[in-house]
Design a protein around this ligand. Sequence first.
Ligand SMILES: [Zn+2]
Length: 81
Amino acid sequence: MKKKDEECQSGKIRYNDHSQAVEALKRIKSKGEQRDKTPHRIYKCDGENGCNGWHLTSTDYPEMDMKLVFYKKFKKLLKNK
Ligand SMILES: [Zn+2]
């Protein structure tokens, strides 16, 4: 069964609260993986299209990150028409 309220339009993993996100970030960092997209920041996903949860991001500008995601989706939609 799909839990719709636990999904975010951004397609990112959603954490219900800040401490969950912190734990997830710790786990990722403890692995010590050095990748371009390694998350290093936690942000609240609010606003118009937000899920009200928490996400990890690799960018210092989560708002731009979200906009980029929506822009990509929008472009996809246009292509399908
Ligand atoms: Zn979200």
